[in-house]
Design a protein around this ligand. Structure first.
Ligand SMILES: Cc1cc2nc3c(=O)[nH]c(=O)nc-3n(C[C@H](O)[C@H](O)[C@H](O)COP(=O)(O)OP(=O)(O)OC[C@H]3O[C@@H](n4cnc5c(N)ncnc54)[C@H](O)[C@@H]3O)c2cc1C
Length: 391
C-alpha cells in the first residue's frame, strides 16, 4: 500500500479552489440549518448549482469522455464532505443513473440523464417493503401487465428522498409463482403518476425518509428496465455498489470502505470531545484518558479497515464509542448541535446516528453473515432446529 500524499498539479489546485469557492457560496449556514430541521439530506438550490457548474455530469462521465480525472474525483468527494453538502439524494441518483444508462430504452435514458446532469431530475430507491428489506428479492409489490402499460400495487418502506425526487427505481413482483430471483421486474416510475402517495417518517437521528403507497399506478412499458422477470440482473449491480462489495481501486484515490462519509462525523466528534476535555483538566482522570484513547484507537482501526470489513467496523465502532464520547464530554453532550449552551461536539448526534448506519444499505447482522459465508468460506447459516434423535 502506498501511503504517500498526492501531489496536486496546477490544474488540480485550480479545480480545488474553484470548487471550494462555489461550495462556500452555496452551502450557507441557512442551508445547513434547514437541512437539520428537515432531515432531508438534500438541498435543491445547492444541487442545481452543482448541476449548472457541470460537476454532476462530470462525476457520472468517465475520464475518457470528459469526466473528472481520478484526482479530481477524489477532490470532489472530499471537498463536498468538508463543506457538509447534503448528499443522500445525489448518492441514490447517480447509482440509479448508471442502471438507466445500461437498461432503459434510449428515449427514457436521454430524457432522464439530461435532467440528472442539470440537477432537475433526482431518483430514489424503492426496494424495502414494510414486511422486510434485508432480502429484497422477497418483493410483494405487484406489477401486472395491461397492454402497453403495467398496473402497480403495493407499498415500499424507507424510500429516502422520494419527496425530493422525480423517479423511483422500483422493484416489483411480476410472477408470484416463480422462484423469487426470477419473479422480479424493475421500473423507473415517475413519482407524479396518479396513485402514488408519499408519507414522511422521521428517524431517531432526525433524518427524513418515507413510506410510499402504490395504488393502481399505471406505468408505460417504456419505463421498464431490463427484461420482464429479469429484474435481478438489473438490481444486482447497484445493490453491490450500495453494499460496498465493489473493491476500491488500488491507486489510493477511493474511500477504503463504504460509509467513510458517515465515519467522518464520528471522527469529528471524537476530535471535538478530545479538544473539550483538553481544556478542562479532566484528562488527568485515568479513566477519561483510557476511554478517550480507546475510542480513538478503535476509530483509527475502523477508518482503515477496507471494503465490507470497513462497513461493519465503522457502524459497530460508532455504536460502541459514542456513549463513551458523550459520557466524557459530560452534560453538554446531551444538547443537540446548535443549542444554546451546548458544546457542538456532535457526540450526541453520532449516538443517535449510529443505529441507522448499522441498518441502511444492509444490516450489520447481514454483513457479518456475508463475511462468514463469502470471505471466510464458512457456508450458509443454518437456522433450522437441531435434528431430533430417532429413538
Ligand atoms: C434511515 C434509513 C434509510 C433507508 N433508505 C432506504 C432507501 O432509500 N430505499 C430502500 O429501499 N430502503 C431503505 N432503507 C431500508 C434498509 O435498507 C433496510 O432497513 C435494511 O435493509 C434492513 O431491512 P429491514 O429494516 O426490513 O429489516 P429486516 O430485513 O426485517 O430484518 C429484521 C432483523 O432481522 C435481521 N436479519 C434479517 N435477515 C437476516 C439474515 N439473513 N441473517 C441474520 N440476520 C438477519 C436483521 O439484521 C434485523 O435485525 C433505509 C433504512 C433506514 C433505517
Amino acid at each position: 500500500m502506498d501511503f504517500s500524499r498526492v501531489e496536486l498539479s496546477d490544474e488540480d489546485k485550480a479545480f480545488q479552489s474553484e470548487l471550494r469557492d462555489l461550495l462556500s457560496r452555496v452551502v450557507t449556514e441557512d442551508v445547513i440549518r434547514r437541512d437539520r430541521e428537515t432531515g432531508d439530506n438534500f438541498d435543491e438550490g445547492v444541487h442545481l448549482a452543482l448541476g449548472a457548474a457541470g460537476y454532476l455530469e462530470r462525476e457520472f462521465t468517465s475520464e475518457e469522455d470528459g469526466g473528472f480525472t481520478r484526482v479530481q474525483r477524489r477532490i470532489w468527494a472530499l471537498e463536498r464532505r468538508r463543506a457538509e453538502v447534503p448528499w443522500v439524494t445525489w448518492g441514490t441518483t447517480i447509482m440509479i443513473a448508471r442502471s438507466v444508462a445500461k437498461f432503459s430504452t434510449p428515449e427514457v435514458r436521454d430524457e432522464v440523464l439530461r435532467g440528472v446532469f442539470d440537477g432537475t431530475v433526482r431518483m430514489c430507491l424503492g426496494y424495502t417493503e414494510p414486511e422486510g428489506g434485508s432480502d429484497v428479492a422477497t418483493c410483494k409489490t405487484r406489477a401486472v401487465r395491461d397492454g402497453d402499460q403495467w398496473i402497480i400495487n403495493g407499498s415500499k418502506m424507507f424510500t429516502t428522498g422520494a419527496h425530493n425526487c422525480q423517479y423511483v427505481f422500483l422493484i416489483t413482483n411480476t410472477d408470484p409463482d416463480a422462484p423469487k430471483h426470477k419473479s422480479l421486474t424493475m421500473f423507473l416510475v415517475p413519482l407524479d403518476t396518479p396513485g402514488i402517495e408519499i408519507q414522511g417518517i422521521r428517524t431517531v437521528d432526525g433524518d427524513r425518509t418515507n413510506i410510499v403507497y402504490y395504488s393502481d399506478v399505471r406505468v408505460d412499458d417504456r419505463y421498464r428496465m431490463g427484461e420482464v422477470n429479469g429484474g435481478w440482473t438489473v438490481v444486482r449491480e447497484p445493490l453491490d455498489a450500495e453494499h460496498g462489495a465493489v473493491a476500491a481501486a488500488d491507486d489510493g484515490l477511493d474511500d477504503v470502505a463504504i460509509m467513510s462519509h458517515q465515519a467522518m462525523f464520528m471522527a469529528e466528534a471524537a476530535d471535538n470531545v478530545a479538544a473539550l476535555v483538553a481544556g478542562t483538566g479532566s484528562i488527568e482522570d485515568g479513566s477519561v484518558a483510557y476511554r478517550l484513547g480507546r475510542a480513538h484507537a478503535r476509530l483509527e482501526v475502523a477508518l482503515s479497515s477496507p471494503s465490507i470489513f470497513g462497513r461493519v467496523a465503522i457502524a459497530q465502532t460508532m455504536r460502541d464509542i459514542s456513549p463513551d464520547l458523550m459520557d466524557i464530554a459530560g452534560s453538554v453532550a446531551a444538547l443537540p448541535i446548535g443549542s444554546d449552551g451546548g458544546a457542538d461536539d456532535r457526540s450526541e448526534y453520532v449516538y443517535r446516528f449510529a443505529p441507522l448506519v448499522g441498518i441502511y444499505g444492509g444490516t450489520l447482522e447481514v454483513f457479518r453473515n456475508m463475511i462468514a459465508q463469502h470471505v471466510l468460506g464458512m457456508g450458509k447459516p443454518n437456522y433450522s432446529p437441531p435434528a431430533k434423535k430417532v429413538s
